[in-house]
Design a protein around this ligand. Structure first.
Ligand SMILES: *[C@@H]1O[C@H](CO)[C@@H](O)[C@H](O)[C@H]1NC(C)=O
Ligand SMILES: *[C@@H]1O[C@H](CO)[C@@H](O)[C@H](O)[C@H]1NC(C)=O
Length: 329
């Protein structure tokens, strides 16, 4: 599958899985998965989801959260990626703002910045529940995909697209090499096979097995015996509004955007902290013909309500405006 738009043209317009917008909750240096308890963490993240988010997150997140920036009101999970910065030729940095994703099927429904989350059972068009059961994550579960220490090109499933208006263009394994009139679109696909035992692992990845071998929303391959439990396939999509920096990108110069750890394209990564209330996610994943927006059994909230969910800033530092150096660097 080269691009989603190409694929959509070829298949019948049915849709399977959960897909919903989450507004931005906070932009700061916290990372309860990789650096629990550390205030501040090493680099700035763009974070969405429930208001139980803090430097230390143990146990059942859904029991502590009282609101969420996500459209699905029973989802108090947190979802985050590194923050993208523009590096001016004069050496200063500026945070790249985020704008809501306009999905190819449906709108962002009033989200404030944020990212779009998917939980698919099989692919975008079928649930395939007759073939296999999808098991929800458990309270306390967390995982990451990608790594800030990778240089060069990222693994398959972590991609960039150069938006020209609403046209997304091909999936790239590097930052676009030219200015994009509609911003830069990033995708993070997580692995879907669990070892059935561990809610986390020392590298936050080895309790999961990554079956992703090609781009796009492709079905996860069979799970290996070491990681036999088939989980939902989680994906994030984010649109970085690079447009106001395009005029400051000198013609012919290399890509001027960097991740918040001064990282190259290969270092793109994302973190997931499960926080659905009770069996809400399992109910959705058990639903045949579970259409994108709610699967019939999930309670949605208006994004105007979701947008009111906020948290206090724990790390008091400037992450906005023109900065001499990236926070923490
Ligand atoms: C995070 O929240 C939990 C639960 O409210 C609290 O016990 C803990 O002290 C907080 N941790 C930090 C580092 O703020
Ligand atoms: C770099 O350029 C930006 C945009 O014009 C400006 O605001 C910033 O102060 C400059 N930084 C330095 C170190 O000159």
């Amino acid at each position: 599958m080269k691009t989603l738009s190409a694929a959509l043209a070829l298949v019948a317009p049915v849709q399977a899985g959960l897909r919903f917008p989450c507004s931005t909750l906070t932009v700061q240096r916290l990372d309860p998965v990789v650096e629990p308890g550390k205030i501040p963490s090493a680099h700035v993240h763009h974070i969405v989801g429930g208001n139980a988010f803090n430097a230390t997150m143990e146990g059942d997140v859904a029991e502590r959260a009282t609101c969420t920036t996500c459209q699905m009101s029973e989802d108090f999970s947190n979802y985050w990626t590194a923050q993208l910065y523009f590096k001016h030729p004069n050496g200063s940095y500026h945070r790249v703002p985020v704008v809501p994703v306009q999905p190819l099927l449906g709108g962002s429904e009033g989200a404030r910045a944020g990212l779009t989350v998917y939980y698919t059972q099989h692919d975008l068009f079928r649930d395939d529940l007759g073939q296999q059961k999808i098991t929800s994550f458990k309270p306390g579960f967390r995982m990451t995909v990608g790594s800030p220490t990778v240089e060069g090109k990222p693994q398959v499933g972590l991609r960039y697209q150069c938006l020209q208006g609403q046209f997304r263009g091909p999936e790239l394994d590097d930052f676009p090499s030219q200015p994009c009139s509609g911003g830069i679109f990033t995708t993070h696909h997580f692995p879907a096979c669990w070892d059935g035992k561990n809610l986390d692992s020392p590298d936050h990845q080895s309790h999961m097995y990554n079956t992703i071998r090609s781009d796009g929303f492709v079905p996860a391959g069979p799970c290996p015996s070491s990681h036999p439990v088939r989980m939902p396939q989680v994906t994030y999509e984010t649109v970085w509004d690079t447009t106001k920096f395009n005029a400051m990108w000198p013609a012919g110069a290399p890509n001027p955007f960097v991740w918040s750890f001064e990282g190259t394209a290969g270092g793109t990564h994302a973190d997931y902290m499960f926080g659905w209330k009770g069996d809400a996610l399992q109910r959705a994943m058990d639903q045949p013909e579970c259409f994108y927006d709610g699967c019939g059994s999930i309670t949605k909230q208006d994004m105007a309500v979701a947008n009111q969910c906020t948290i206090e800033e724990t790390v008091k530092e400037d992450v906005e405006g023109w900065l001499d150096k990236l926070p923490g660097r």
